[in-house]
Design a protein around this ligand. Sequence first.
Ligand code: SF4
Length: 63
Amino acid sequence: MAITKVWIEENCTACGVCADICPEVFELKDLATVVQDLKYSDYEEKIKEAAENCPVEVIRYIE
Ligand code: SF4
């Protein structure tokens, strides 16, 4: 399976962990945002690692 969609639900605390782990996909503005129109499957491991390490578990993806 390949990741085709990534998003962040409410309650991001802007801690920056996701952007540290995978800056290609996650950008920290006021809150974390997902870079659009990327081939997310190229960053699969790091997206999963970011989701696992998000302290409030708000990173979601579809594969
Ligand atoms: S790791 Fe989670 S809480 Fe932290 S900036 Fe990313 S989405 Fe927000």
